[in-house]
Design a protein around this ligand. Structure first.
Ligand SMILES: O=C(O)CCC(=O)C(=O)O
Length: 493
């Protein structure tokens, strides 16, 4: 049965697009796009490709051959994923070279595609930080996920305080590489994050399904999704599948595709291909992250229901299950949001204090910080309304916060990113002492010496806004609708 392909993903020259245009047209609308013209000076585009445009496989063996990587066997299914194997890059390359020569030889024209191996999720930047293979394009810099993981672990088990140093959850910046015919089954991305994927060489064909149609690829119980959209999909099991309307595109070399939140997609390498791929989220898709956490949490609760009576700490079990399967639990997410809220409140205070220019208050950077804080606040309110009690005591004492070097680094990276996205705004302050007195100034009147729950976080952000003297102009809208990017912010005196 053929797919109904009714939409093509649009292609835009990234050099003709401003950051704000990208945000309004693609992040806010949650629409896919192919961007050209953004990879010209990447080292990967020189070192990793031969003159004929094919991957320079020898280069990988020589320079990165000892790396241990995850390789998917595209012909072997394990539950809803391809079977994974671990091997060194050298071994993987050796198998790729063998496949290429067998495909080239006349006697073996038709290769056995069942043994197609696809290197996936290689944490290349983490492993080779000095190599500088590429620069993340500006459009994708507001990446809270990787910014955070560079400084903190996402999940620390409060019971055992065991520090996991697994590279597998160290970041979401990957290299993918595989011969023609390798593919990725239908899925939506981890945390329902955005992703971007840049073709260093080769060609990928993408099939997308918008979130409003995603129920069509599930069975009637909404538990299992179609694995391969080109399989003979059972109409009895997936009655909606034939109704699904797909978007399709072919991504060429040197093109970057933006994958919006919650879009199911299946990907096929039409040539030998190497790509670079990041998953990321920020204020624009934070609600997607919370929604999938809540969905997965409810699913975990349902699955574990039978042992509830014999379980001492049922809630703890559900949260551990959530962290293991989804990559974080409620507490991890709350801590994540607290750190970003703090970092943004300080950012705001600094900018406001040192930005003597009265235009600052209506600047894009000020609007962006307020938007970020309001998004965090909205999610904290949702968490609160679910009524799950998750607690993490966060001291508001400046001296305590300054002891956390990771936080100071997060603050600095965030500041640099705001500068990149909106142009440098002159900030004059003596790093540590300035920040310390700022924090005192902001939080000295706050009722609690620490915050711990989603409710505290909601109050802290309200308090911070109040203290910093900002309201949206016109009337103060309700929390739900408070953000309007067009709205002017002003200082309340
Ligand atoms: O390139 C692939 O094979 C899959 C990439 C993908 O699914 C993604 O970027 O979200």
């Amino acid at each position: 049965m053929g797919l109904k392909i009714e939409r093509k993903v649009e292609r835009v020259n990234g050099k003709d697009l401003s950051y704000t245009q990208f945000v309004q047209q693609y992040l806010v609308q949650n629409q896919p796009v192919i961007l050209t013209g953004l990879m010209e000076d990447w080292r990967a585009c020189k070192d990793w490709i031969l003159e004929d445009g094919k991957p320079n496989l020898q280069f990988f063996s020589t320079h990165f051959g000892n790396s241990k990587v995850q390789v998917a066997d595209c012909g072997a299914r394990e539950c809803m994923e391809q079977k994974r194997l671990e091997m060194s890059v050298s071994e993987f390359i050796e198998k790729w070279v063998q496949l290429s020569s067998s495909r080239e030889s006349i006697s073996n024209e038709v290769s056995d595609d069942k043994s197609l191996l696809y290197l996936k999720d290689w944490h290349f930047v983490k492993e080779y930080p000095e190599y500088c293979a590429y620069r993340t394009p500006l459009f994708f810099c507001d990446d809270w996920l990787n910014m955070y993981l560079d400084k903190y672990d996402m999940h620390t088990d409060p019971d055992s305080y065991q520090k996991k140093n697994e590279i597998s959850c160290s970041d979401y910046r990957f290299v993918y590489m595989g011969p023609k015919g390798t593919w990725t089954p239908l899925h939506a991305d981890v945390f329902r994050s955005y992703s971007w994927s840049a073709n260093v060489c080769g060609k990928k064909q993408w099939f997308f399904l918008s979130p409003s149609q995603h129920h069509l690829v599930f069975d009637r119980y909404m538990t299992n999704a179609v694995y391969d959209i080109f399989d003979d999909v059972s109409e009895t099991k997936f009655p909606g599948f034939k109704e699904a309307i797909w978007w399709e595109c072919t991504q060429e070399q040197n093109e970057i595709i933006f994958v919006p939140s919650g879009w199911y997609h299946q990907v096929h390498n039409q040539e030998d291909t190497i790509s670079i791929n990041h998953n990321w989220f920020n204020a624009y898709n934070l609600s997607w992250v919370w929604d999938i956490l809540l969905t997965d949490y409810k699913q975990a609760r349902d699955l574990l229901e039978d042992i509830k009576e014999i379980c001492d700490d049922f809630e703890g079990l559900c949260q551990r299950n959530l962290a293991a399967n989804t990559g974080m639990n409620f507490r991890d997410f709350l801590v994540f949001m607290m750190r970003f809220a703090f970092a943004n409140l300080f950012q705001f205070h600094h900018l406001g204090r040192s930005g003597k220019n009265p235009l600052f208050w209506s600047s894009q950077i000020a609007q962006h910080i307020v938007f970020n804080l309001q998004s965090i606040q909205r999610i904290a309110l949702k968490m609160k309304s679910v009524g799950v009690c998750t607690h993490h005591a966060f001291s508001l004492k400046p001296s305590k916060i300054l002891e956390d070097h990771s936080f100071m680094e997060l603050f600095t990276t965030l500041k640099k990113n705001y500068g990149m996205m909106h142009g440098p705004f002159e900030i004059v302050y003596e790093e540590k002492m300035g920040l310390c007195s700022d924090m005192d100034a902001i939080f000295c009147d706050f009722t609690n010496p620490s915050i711990g729950s989603s409710e505290d976080l909601v109050q802290l952000i309200d308090f911070g806004f109040e203290k910093l003297g900002f309201v949206a102009s016109k009337s103060l809208p309700s929390r739900k609708t408070r953000y309007n990017p067009e709205e002017q912010l002003m200082c309340r005196d």
